[in-house]
Design a protein around this ligand. Structure first.
Ligand SMILES: Nc1ncnc2c1ncn2[C@@H]1O[C@H](COP(=O)(O)OP(=O)(O)OP(=O)(O)O)[C@@H](O)[C@H]1O
Ligand SMILES: [Mg+2]
Length: 380
């Protein structure tokens, strides 16, 4: 009987709203303060929130919705609409009408009639209302009029209505000048991309909520973050974490290991193709094989000197002379340029470290042995 690693599956799911949002606390506070202040001043506030894929826009909006519901921040009621599938003013309005308890059939009403009905519905809402339109880009592409109406809430009789628009990129150029004028600098917030350290902290925090204590080490969290860091994508990082945790459970392990992460990476995001090995010299293949074998020890990094001594053995095994230290180092750097290995930025000489997160090392070893075997017993 092996221990389970994933104890609270829901804490890894996209819909889960975590206790804390590391590296987004300041932005969340800023938004909360703006809407809370608007509530005190009895005026609506329009806000645009942008950021890359998996940068935490939706989860921040969910968190904001919960916080603003408290009396302390204005007793907001929220209507959340994801506009990705409802990409016209009409369909979004229908959704809002349902939200205020005045559903209309989707035919037979003009846009102004629908807005009038929304107005009637809003009059019944006590206090403040926040409308969140997520993934709003397609609405802008359709030349929306609704957004303009919603930003002018008080003037057009829509009462104390606040608006939070969410989009992956800067959508302002898609807006007509009148609507754009409602989104001056203080009405815009762009989320900076997550760094490697930020992704590591996010993984550790979500891991703490979802996994058995002690099953996710900081080293493994950093390894996962390293894979997701080029895209700065927290969603990708969490998917990898779940994949690696499942793999560790399957093999009966009690904690997530570096090889589990490589398996998760290879099965969820297979970017490693054998084609990448095609252009490599036999010595580069031997260095990779040495790396694969050395990486079988726990941990995601190994010292370069250990790889080099394995390399000497591997070269002998394939009947060839090992390259000099300098040429060996050059080959490692070439493999790094190909995206096949990572070299720890610590300078060479003082125990540089290397890793390989693209593919399970057990698989990589097989592929390389097969390829080198085909090259004949003696390599030149
Ligand atoms: N700071 C954070 N702390 C904890 N979890 C986070 C954080 N940022 C993002 N996440 C998680 O990462 C995943 C992706 O975040 P989210 O869905 O909010 O991204 P998004 O910016 O809306 O992306 P998209 O543009 O693709 O919709 C979610 O599971 C979310 O809970
Ligand atoms: Mg989103």
């Amino acid at each position: 009987m092996t221990d389970r690693i994933v104890l609270r599956e829901e804490a890894l799911e996209a819909s889960y709203v975590p206790e804390s949002l590391p590296h987004r606390e300041a932005e969340l506070k800023l938004l909360r303060d703006r809407f809370a202040q608007a509530a005190t001043g009895k005026r609506g506030w329009s806000q645009l929130l942008t950021g890359g894929i998996g940068s935490g826009k939706t989860v921040m909006a969910q968190k904001l919705q919960r916080e603003l519901a408290s009396a302390r921040y204005g007793n907001y009621r929220t209507l959340y609409v994801n506009c990705w599938r409802r990409n016209s003013d009409r369909t979004v309005l229908l959704e809002l009408l349902k939200g205020v308890g005045y559903p209309l059939p989707d035919r037979g009403y003009s846009l102004p009639e629908m807005v009038d009905t929304l107005e009637a519905g809003l009059r019944r809402v006590e206090g403040n209302l926040l409308v969140i339109l997520d993934e709003v880009t397609s609405l802008f592409r359709q030349g929306t009029r609704l957004v303009y109406l919603l930003t002018r809430g008080p003037e057009v009789g829509l009462g104390r209505l606040s608006l939070l628009l969410i989009a992956p990129q800067d959508v302002l150029p898609l807006l007509d000048p009148a609507t754009r004028s409602g989104f001056g600098v203080t009405h815009r917030l762009h989320l900076p991309p997550y760094s490697l350290e930020a992704l590591t902290d996010i993984l550790l925090a979500r891991g703490e909520a979802a996994l058995r204590p002690g099953s996710l080490s900081p080293d493994v969290a950093t390894q996962i973050a390293r894979v997701a860091a080029p895209q700065s994508d927290a969603r990708l990082a969490l998917e990898l974490l779940e994949g690696a945790a499942r793999r560790a459970e399957q093999r009966g392990g009690s904690e997530i290991g570096a090889e589990d992460v490589r398996w998760a990476k290879a099965s969820l995001y297979p970017t490693f193709t054998e084609g990448k090995l095609e252009g490599l010299s036999p010595h580069a293949l031997l260095v990779l094989l040495a790396l694969a074998r050395t990486l079988k020890s726990p941990g995601s990094w190994v010292g370069l000197d250990r790889v080099r001594s394995t390399y000497a053995t591997v070269a002998e095994e394939f009947g060839t002379q090992a390259q000099s230290r300098v040429t060996f180092w050059r080959t490692v750097k070439a493999l790094e340029r190909e995206g096949l290995v990572n070299v720890d930025p610590q300078g060479p000489g003082q125990a540089a470290k290397v890793s390989q997160d693209e593919m399970p090392v057990s698989l990589l070893e097989l592929v390389l042995q097969e390829r080198l075997g085909r090259a004949g017993p003696r390599l030149s």
